[in-house]
Ligand binder design. Structure first.
Ligand code: HEC
Ligand SMILES: [Cu+2]
Length: 319
């Protein structure tokens, strides 16, 4: 038994490491939840030790009738008053944290719409909405107010290292704030089972210096730099990709799938699951449902040779 336990432990703990580790907090909200967690864990360990210690002590001692009054006092205080005070204090503390992390004002507002099985991301800016998908970039030390909703079924928005999570509900808007305090890249995911590709509904949350973020956002707002006679754009339009996808600056204005205007500037393909490489891009187009089962994009197994190369080169140029 002990061997199995010791062998299994690293596997379980291994799951805590990495991009989705909520104990490696990089956000102000996550840090507060983490503090609460540690107080609960350490507090529970101390109380458990005291209670078990008292039980063992009582078990070993002879009953002494002259101590009955003290024993009653001990039960009233140790069994009723102190637990009530501790639980109420924890409740108040938890509610204060909940209030603070759900009702903060944002320095910027990001609307995220959960779709099956990807994320529509819209930055509100004074010059108008900036639409992108499947990747969220944030300026460090700024509070981002997320306005969350869903298109079809309930999803849940979670970047464990930064804070959250919050349900995304069709027809309703929920709010969440994240205040990253470190630059870096963290993993985000859908935390509410939403159908076939739920486990592959992910995204990157990339925290940048404020100036770099502003440059990124300005670039993201601009249309794609494409020559209208680009061969790959021709394939894209011929195949009907533009019925579902938008590439600003071209004829493609489809509203169904992710915006592809600056596709290649994203670090990952397919809602956070593959590296953005030409090989993965080609496979995504021809073997779509092997790459990501169940999704609402049809595969194009007949696209090959020069036309596929042109299309992939075109998509990889959309940075
Ligand atoms: C019927 C609508 C539809 C058509 C037609 C369609 N797609 Fe898609 N596409 C989608 C949807 C929906 C997704 C999101 C899938 C997911 O991740 O769940 C997607 C995702 C993608 C992505 C990944 C985007 C990202 O952010 O990583 C690429 C690239 C892409 N499509 C390219 C194409 C190309 C090229 C064509 C034409 C050959 C095409 N699509 C045709 C609906 C469509
Ligand atoms: Cu989901």
């Amino acid at each position: 038994m002990r061997r199995i336990f010791l062998l299994g432990l690293p596997l379980v703990l291994g799951a805590c490491e990495g991009r989705h580790n909520w104990l490696a907090s990089g956000g102000a909200e996550a840090i507060r939840v983490e503090q609460l967690f540690w107080v609960l864990v350490v507090g529970a360990a101390v109380i458990w030790t005291l209670v078990i210690g008292a039980a063992v002590y009582a078990h070993r001692r002879q009953v002494d009738p002259s101590l009955e009054k003290q024993a009653r006092q001990f039960i009233i205080w140790g069994g009723a008053v102190i637990p009530t005070v501790v639980v109420c204090a924890l409740l108040v503390w938890g509610l204060v944290i909940l209030r603070d992390i759900t009702t903060k004002e944002g320095d910027l507002t990001v609307r995220v719409d959960g779709e099956r099985w990807w994320w529509r991301v819209i930055y509100e800016s004074p010059e108008g909405d900036v639409v992108t998908a499947n990747e969220i970039r944030l300026p460090v030390d700024n509070t981002a107010l997320f306005k969350l909703t869903a298109d079809d079924v309930i999803h849940s928005f979670w970047v464990p290292a930064l804070g959250g999570k919050m349900d995304m509900i069709p027809g309703r808007e929920t709010e969440l704030t994240l205040t990253p305090v470190e630059t870096g890249s963290w993993g985000g995911l859908c935390a509410e089972f939403c159908g076939g590709a739920h486990a592959l509904m992910r995204f990157d949350a990339i925290v940048m210096e404020e100036a770099a973020f502003n440059d990124w956002l300005a670039h993201e707002a601009s249309p794609a730099e494409v020559a209208q006679d680009d061969a790959g754009l021709g394939v894209f339009l011929d195949e009907g990709c533009g019925a579902c996808h938008t590439i600003r600056g071209t004829e493609a204005v489809g509203p169904v799938g992710p915006d592809l205007t600056h596709l290649a500037s994203r670090e990952r393909l397919g809602a956070g699951i593959y590296d953005m490489t030409p090989d993965n891009m080609a496979a995504w187009i021809t073997d779509t449902h092997e790459m990501k089962p169940d999704i609402d994009m049809p595969p194009y197994p007949n696209l090959d040779g020069a036309r596929l190369d042109q299309l992939v080169a075109f998509l990889m140029s959309l940075d």
